[in-house]
Design a protein around this ligand. Sequence first.
Ligand SMILES: NC(=O)c1ccc[n+]([C@@H]2O[C@H](COP(=O)([O-])OP(=O)(O)OC[C@H]3O[C@@H](n4cnc5c(N)ncnc54)[C@H](OP(=O)(O)O)[C@@H]3O)[C@@H](O)[C@H]2O)c1
Length: 253
Amino acid sequence: MAKVGFVGTGEIAASMVRALAGQGHEISVSERNAAIAAELAAEMSEVTVRPNAEVVAESDIVVLCLLAKVGRQVLGDLPWRTGHAVISVMVDMPLDDLAALCAPARDIAVTIPLPFIPQGGCPLPVYPDSAALRGLFGDRNLVLPVESEMAVNAHFGVAGLCAPIMELMATAAGWLAGLTGNRVAAEAYVGALFKGYLSPDGSGQYFAAQLDALSTEGGLNETMRRRMLAIGAPDEMRAGMDGLRARLGLPDA
Ligand SMILES: NC(=O)c1ccc[n+]([C@@H]2O[C@H](COP(=O)([O-])OP(=O)(O)OC[C@H]3O[C@@H](n4cnc5c(N)ncnc54)[C@H](OP(=O)(O)O)[C@@H]3O)[C@@H](O)[C@H]2O)c1
């Protein structure tokens, strides 16, 4: 059981708090956003809403869920201790800056939770490895220590594909529902269809092999794939990720 604080009670903090429900932790959340904080406190008896300074003072593990520009304004004034374990989920906030803002705390790690973390199975790339992260979320999720800050930032780049890929799935479900008239069944079908493909076999070649198997000449998949290649969709996606390199501190392509 841990005393856990969340600074910044927005979208991702709410998901992380809900992922900890019923496990006996004492959870403090920031007063902002007030509506989300009140919702969490109403839902979970272990949640208390406090000012930021109290969140930090009352917690042993502090999860930073602010936008980076807000973090730069508020974190430096909070009552950090050497014994704090800090977990940042903020993009655009390098570890060196966190070390300065959260001094004298030294156990500081960066990870990338996703909003589905309450259902478990969320990949959590982390640098450096964090006993606090493992202790809180490791039982039900996939903690993936990576070798460097650059590597965790590279994972942020791929995590940025969730919305564009969701856009494609929403388009597919909408197209199907337009013909069947059943939006619920259409979403269920699209979800189950792609879920079936989402268990790589550890070969490092899984996606390429599936693509190969789906490429029967003149087949529906090959026809659609050719169309996507003709408009340069994969190249455009790679260019989009490359466009994030400077922001994420990644080496040039
Ligand atoms: N959303 C995701 O899927 C996701 C995934 C991984 C990482 N992240 C990272 O998580 C961070 C937060 O993202 P988010 O999507 O959760 O954003 P968000 O919903 O906007 O949450 C940020 C929260 O910070 C609050 N805040 C603003 N000023 C504050 C202050 N002075 N003290 C305490 N709280 C304050 C905001 O409250 P108000 O609403 O009252 O302004 C808001 O609730 C970002 O750095 C993002 O990169 C997000």
